[in-house]
Design a protein around this ligand. Sequence first.
Ligand SMILES: [Zn+2]
Length: 345
Amino acid sequence: MYEILISLCLLEDPGVCRQQLLPGHETRTEQECVERKDNLSAGAFSFDETKYRTTGAVCAFSDAGLPLQQVAEGIYVHTGAVAEPDHVNGGDIANLGFVVGEESIAVIDAGGSRAVGEAFYRAIRSVSSLPISHLVLTHVHPDHLFGASVFAEAGATVIGHPNLERALRDREESYLLTFETDVGKPGFLGTDTDFTASFQSEIDLGGRVLELVSWPVAHSTTDLTVWDSSTETLFAGDLVFDRHIPVLDGSLKGWLQTLDQIEEMGPAKVVPGHGAPVMASAAAIAPVRAYLELVNTDTRASLEAGERMSDAVGTIGLAQGGQWELFEVYNARNATVAFTELEWE
Ligand SMILES: [Zn+2]
């Protein structure tokens, strides 16, 4: 497959360049690609001229993109690294999935940079040439969301929790700065949040309907799950973590209640936001619940003992220190969120 790439360089740092995919123009032969490229309207070429300059477009043979695993009939998952974003993983640290219907495809999460989104787009194209009708964002965190503009440009309707749009606009500036520093300028080049998300409760892919649920504050203020009834598969986003320590950016009590409700849905398979591509429901949910309950118990004990937060965060959750990766990075932060929440009960 051939694709059109646009060479973009940073105006403020002209040595930093990247070949950015123009999605939706894939062709079988190079000649078809060149014809398409030469006939592109000026609008198809649009980019932020206050940030980038271009040296034009080229046709190139596309690679297969990110590795995938099929986890159920018509459902594929790419597993991100269990790591913090850095120059090596380029922000490819969250699980990304897609569901193929008879008429179109829904993508669930888009990766932590434009480049990751493009590589995921290529992977999807290696499986199916059906139109990508929807992109569902499971929540506002950048590792799941920064590849979104690729799919929006390809014509997908972007769907998120009713709170997502506002949360994104509140946080986008700091998220973009932080991730650019973590991933590095060349890998992050072209990443933007120039799309609009809205909520809908159902997606019809032709012969396959996905149901979306927006949850009260739990892992974040914007958690959304995707349910495929034909395979009883639940895309849990970051309501379920595997290997990677659960990260609390919402409400401890809300998250525990949400886990109960997810369990009641009775999924046969759960796709976690981080870790394994797919898990059985009990194996997926129980460890997250055990960690959150430990944080709950420890935090209440600290509050009852009248400890100060600065002392308490050094002890809360420690009994599970050996069970999760990135524990040192996130546990104290989780304890701080839990302490602040429960202190005001
Ligand atoms: Zn998250």
